[in-house]
Write a protein that binds this ligand. Structure first.
Ligand SMILES: Cc1cc2nc3c(=O)[nH]c(=O)nc-3n(C[C@H](O)[C@H](O)[C@H](O)COP(=O)(O)O)c2cc1C
Length: 334
């Protein structure tokens, strides 16, 4: 499928996840075959104010491309200016957040608040569309009531304003993440617009994604929470789509990914910050594994890459993982 001029290799997309889909995380998803990775939501105000911390969120590497960068805000002129900053970065697609239902964001009139006021949403989309030539997408929710009427309206406005694709997480704003995503809303949008529609919400396993594609006729699937600690969901889903056998994730692949994630995070964030992050994040990859609670406990206080690697290695030994399964990475490790 194509988003504007950007051709995707397959139909799998990593959802934007605040605090999670940073560059090291995206590289892992990409390596497992995800066709499009998305940044976390980035404040348009922060970009326009030239905040160092905000601007760093635009960092990218060629290996992860194509990259979609999501911005949020409520002021059309600020959003337009922020979009020009994104266009000048290495992003390939710009996405506008219409789905965030966190109170702090709603209070500013951004995120899902925009779904209440279609005229404001339209002004904002028009302003961003006018300011950049790059492919433009929006990510929406069902809206503020279950009917989906607000989502249908925003989708039609978006298409008329020249938006290139729409992602839909079909939960209402007040639902947050509770209850179930109503996939019939995805099908409803697909029936109303002719630009690509990306379905999102409650894909927990590759089979769920196939079901979503089948039930809603959406053009691609976006996966969020199920990719945390499980980037293999992308490779397994792609295998399923190609009617190939979905292999189980080998234990050594888990460790290989953990080590790569640790090392890229150290490189990118510096050892101190990366170790602080890894204290909880390495645990994502060992969910349900034998002795995982002991592993989680022992990484809680890591303060150096060396220490983290030693703990990973000792856990591998506990699980009898053969170090020789690794291609070079272990040699470089200790
Ligand atoms: C921790 C977390 C952070 C999120 N951050 C964003 C974000 O920055 N931008 C956005 O549009 N959606 C965000 N979302 C929503 C997800 O992109 C996605 O729509 C939602 O999780 C449903 O998909 P899933 O069931 O595959 O997780 C976030 C969700 C979670 C759980």
């Amino acid at each position: 499928m194509k988003i504007g001029s950007v051709q995707l290799d397959n139909v799998t997309i990593l959802a934007p996840l605040a605090g999670i889909t940073n560059l090291p995380f995206r590289l892992i998803a990409k390596k497992e075959g995800c066709a499009l990775v998305c940044s976390e939501m980035i404040s348009a105000n922060g970009l326009v104010r030239n905040s160092y911390k905000t601007k760093r969120l635009l960092d990218s590497l060629p290996e992860e491309k194509p990259l979609s960068v999501q911005i949020f805000g409520s002021d059309p002129s600020v959003m337009a200016e922020a979009a020009t900053i994104v266009e000048a970065s290495s992003a390939d697609i710009i996405d506008i957040n219409f789905g965030c239902s966190v109170r702090k964001v709603l209070k500013t009139g951004a995120g899902a608040a925009l779904m209440k006021t279609p005229e404001k949403a339209e002004a904002l989309i028009k302003s961003v569309r006018k300011s950049v030539n790059m492919p433009l997408t929006i990510k929406i929710r069902t809206g503020w009531d279950k009917s989906g009427e607000q989502a249908f309206k925003i989708a039609e406005i978006a298409e008329a304003c020249g938006v290139d694709a729409i992602s839909i997480h079909p939960r209402t704003a007040s639902q947050g993440f509770s209850g179930l995503a109503d996939w019939s809303i995805i099908a409803g949008i697909k029936n109303r617009v002719s630009i690509p529609v990306i379905g999102n919400g409650d894909i927990k396993a590759p089979e769920d994604a196939l079901l979503m594609l089948d039930k809603t006729d959406c053009d691609a699937v976006m996966i969020g929470r199920a990719a945390i600690g499980n980037p293999w969901i992308f490779s397994r889903l792609n295998a399923l789509i190609r009617h190939e056998c979905m292999s189980h994730t080998e234990l050594f692949s888990r460790f290989e990914v953990m080590i790569r994630y640790l090392k890229t995070s150290v490189k990118y964030f510096g050892e101190k910050n990366a170790c602080y992050m890894m204290r909880s994040r390495l645990g994502w990859f060992v969910k349900g594994m034998r002795y995982s609670s002991g592993f989680r406990e022992s990484i809680k206080h890591i303060s150096s890459e060396y220490e983290a690697l030693k703990i990973i290695k000792s856990y591998m030994n506990n699980l009898n993982v053969n170090e020789k399964s690794f291609t070079g990475i272990m040699e470089a490790m200790l």
